[in-house]
Structures are given as C-alpha cells and as structure tokens.
Design a protein around this ligand. Structure first.
Ligand code: SAM
Length: 271
C-alpha cells in the first residue's frame, strides 16, 4: 500500500521553503559510490519521491538528464515553480509504477522518501528500470538532529528535541523504517552488490526561522495541526521564543548550525 502524505498545496509550499538539499557528506558518499561502480558518467538519473526538488537539483549538477518523480501534484508544481534547469524534468507518478522502459535508467535515487513507498513494489520497479551495472542510492535523514550555537549548543538541542518529541507523537508508523536506519529497505533491495551506511553527518546552515520552519514542514507536525491547531501553533511559537532567549538574540534570522545524521542504502545491479 502506498501512503499519501505531503499532498496539500500548503504543505508543499512550506516544504519548498524549509526543506534542505542533501548535505555535502551525503553528496560525496553517493558520488564516490557511483564513481567506484563506474555508473558515472550516467545518461539518465531518476529522483523518486523528489518532493519540491531538493535532491533533484543536486543530481542535475552532476548528470546529463535528471527526472524528478513524485506522487504529489502539489510537490511537483512547487519543484517546477522553484527553478527551471535545462537538464531537469518532472513527472507526477507513483514510485511503484515508474514510466520508464526496462533497463533504461542509469541511477535511481531517492532522498527521504522511500519509507513512504510500498517497498516490495518499489524494489520490483528498481529491478526492472535500472540497467545492468546501474545503481540505486536511497537515503534519508534520521531523527538524530542537533543544533550548535556558541556555548549554548546543548541547551538549544534540548529545546529542539523537546519540541520534536511532541511532534513525533503524531508520527506515522512508517517512521519505523527511519528509526531502524533503513534496515528493512536495505534487505529488500534485490541487487547483489549493496551496502548501508548509517553514520553520515552533515552540517546544514540554518537560521532560527529555518529550524522552526523545518519542524513545521515535518509530516507529523501537519497531522498535529489537523488534530489540534492551537496547540501545534503554540508549540512552535514557544520553541522559537525559547531558542531566541537561550541564544540571547532577538532576530529569527540569526544563523545556527543544524546537524543531521543520514542513512544511505547504495546498490549496484549485476551485469
Ligand atoms: C519527505 S518528502 C522528501 C522530498 C525530497 N526528496 C526531499 O529530499 O526533501 C517525501 C516525498 O515522497 C513523496 N511520496 C510519498 N509516497 C510516494 C509514492 N508512493 N510514490 C512517489 N512519491 C511518493 C511525497 O509526495 C513527498 O514529496
């Protein structure tokens, strides 16, 4: 069964504004693997569950032709409205029915999306569309997140986690795939050569506003909003207030380091 989240136009707009692109360490991990497996240069790279195009734009810097696909029309519209890059196109379609011919894709990528897919059907599609010798790169950021700012990093991280814990009460049960570091997704990948890396740390430059916006963009927060909008709004207002007070600043634009841990499943299809 597919799980449809991120569908609403409002959510897609928040998503576009606050979701960050893959960090440098994750980018290097993926590119190094593709080099090692000689999947680079690649003709066609597909970003499945591309959302508003954060990962698609990174891929476009390195590959000739990139197609971002997503089940949500609103997300694809945001991706198209954000930028027009000559080697990028977008398609609305489910991850479980990719409109590509057999053995036509060099690299199939997915960023922070695979836990929403019907894993079995998606893996069948990966096996079908990826060419012999082609690769997959399936990653997600995890809930291990921390903040760094001057000498109050610990306090700031505590405030962030307290808020996150409230939000995670509304998490969908698919979060389990993330909490187990994509183990099940790794095991389901039907490629002979594969590996799973669980300790990729990236520093994402943010502001206080960006951190609060990231929390707002999370799917459980959107569920929280639907269930109890007043409590959801006041949680974020209170979190922002506590962050600013702890940092001793008044501007939401104040930069802060946001550290995330990524997990990445990499695989190469046999010849
Ligand atoms: C958390 S977002 C990640 C978006 C983007 N890849 C990123 O890195 O920010 C998950 C995306 O997966 C999409 N999605 C969920 N289920 C899907 C499915 N079965 N097929 C295709 N896309 C799906 C959602 O619409 C959403 O845009």
């Amino acid at each position: 069964m597919t799980t449809q989240m991120f569908e609403g136009r409002g959510h897609a707009a928040v998503y576009q504004k606050y979701r960050f692109a893959p960090g440098k360490e994750l980018q290097q991990t993926i590119l190094a693997y593709l080099q090692e497996k000689k999947a680079i240069p690649a003709e066609l790279v597909v970003d499945v569950g591309c959302g508003s195009g954060q990962g698609t734009r990174f891929l476009a810097e390195h590959f000739k032709k990139v197609v971002g696909t997503d089940i949500s029309e609103a997300q694809i519209q945001e991706a198209k409205d954000t930028s027009s890059i000559p080697n990028v196109s977008y398609l609305v379609c489910p991850a479980e029915e990719l409109p590509f011919q057999d053995a036509s894709v060099d690299v199939l990528a997915s960023f922070t999306a695979a836990h929403w897919f019907d894993i079995e059907k998606f893996m069948r599609e990966a096996q079908r569309v990826v060419r012999p010798g082609g690769c997959v790169a399936i990653s997600t950021y995890t809930v291990d997140m921390s903040l760094r700012y001057g000498d109050c990093s610990e306090k700031l991280t505590k405030i962030f986690r307290e808020c996150w814990d409230q939000i995670l009460k509304y998490a969908h049960n698919r979060l389990k795939f993330v909490l187990e570091n994509y183990k099940e997704i790794f095991e389901a990948l039907p490629f002979p050569d594969k590996k799973r890396i669980t300790d990729i740390y990236d520093k994402i430059p943010m502001t206080v506003e960006g951190v609060v916006g990231y929390l707002e963009s999370a799917s459980p927060y959107q569920t929280f909003m639907k269930n109890d909008p007043e409590a959801a709004k006041s949680l974020l207002q209170e979190t922002e207030k506590r962050m600013l007070e702890t940092m001793g600043v008044s501007s939401r634009e104040t930069p802060v380091e946001f550290w995330v841990r990524h997990v990445c499943v990499l695989g190469c299809k046999g010849q």
